[in-house]
Design a protein around this ligand. Structure first.
Ligand SMILES: [Zn+2]
Length: 253
């Protein structure tokens, strides 16, 4: 269950596509062999939940004041709207103590999904890589933070075929694993209705060969229709509800 997502601006594509890819972000799994377990929605294993609702974090010193402010803005939403309390470390972490490390990266954004229950030697940090593009958006920082708390992508929910149609003809085969839906065996939706507006939903033309055409269409009354999805403004009530359920906020003192 050691999954790690990389999210990048796809700088590897030709320069002619740069304007298009500037408009949203994509994620790429590093290890396709693990794709099956990377594409579910809310994980069920308690081992991968953070053991305390108080989660310590650190922000890399090479982030600008604006980038630091964006991380603070992003985390304030969780502190205010869930029982989780993100608290910035003011000094060195205690030996072996786990904390989240928001780290600057040239082009990539990504993080491991859920808490790593295996003891980490040498460093207790759970790294979140953030490019300047990702650091410019509290919503994208929240997307990554929801991954580290244990959420997968919305369009990978086990019931997603009732809500969306994927156009694989418009997706390079190497990215097909990004669109897998899986069983209810290890994940749950907490009965939250399918949420096209989730901050964990891919945009409608994610990984498109032809970005003028969607790769994901909404199913409405049995018909596949184009609609916007995958906003990056911030978590929806459904996203936050899942976090409250996962971390048993209703039982918190
Ligand atoms: Zn993601």
């Amino acid at each position: 269950m050691l999954q790690f997502l990389l999210l990048g601006l796809l700088a590897v594509v030709g320069a002619q596509d740069s304007e298009y890819f500037e408009n949203y972000y994509n994620e790429i799994d590093v290890d396709d062999e693990l794709a099956e377990i990377k594409t579910r929605n809310a994980m069920q294993s308690p081992l991968q939940l953070w053991p305390s609702t108080r989660i310590y974090y650190r922000i890399a010193s090479d982030c600008s004041p604006e980038e630091v402010a964006n991380v603070h803005t992003a985390l304030a939403t969780f502190n205010e709207q869930t029982c989780l309390q993100f608290e910035e470390l003011s000094g060195p972490a205690a030996a072996g103590a786990r904390y989240v490390y928001y780290k600057k990266s040239d082009k990539l954004c990504g993080t491991r999904i859920g808490y790593n229950p295996i003891p980490i030697l040498g460093s207790g940090s759970h790294d979140v890589q953030l490019s300047p593009k990702c650091l410019s958006s509290p919503g994208i920082i929240q997307h990554e933070t929801l991954h580290l708390l244990g959420l997968y992508h919305e369009q990978s929910r086990p019931d997603r075929d009732d809500h969306v149609v994927i156009d694989y003809d418009n997706i390079p085969r190497k990215y097909w694993p990004q669109f897998m839906a899986t069983s209810t065996a290890t994940t749950t939706t907490y009965d939250v209705p399918y949420d096209f507006d989730s901050v964990m939903h891919y945009p409608k033309n994610a990984f498109a060969k032809d970005p003028t055409q969607p790769t994901i269409r909404a199913l409405v009354d049995g018909s596949a229709v184009e609609r916007d999805m995958g906003q990056t403004m911030g978590p929806t009530e459904g996203d936050l509800f899942k976090i409250r359920k996962m971390y048993k906020c209703d039982q918190a003192l």
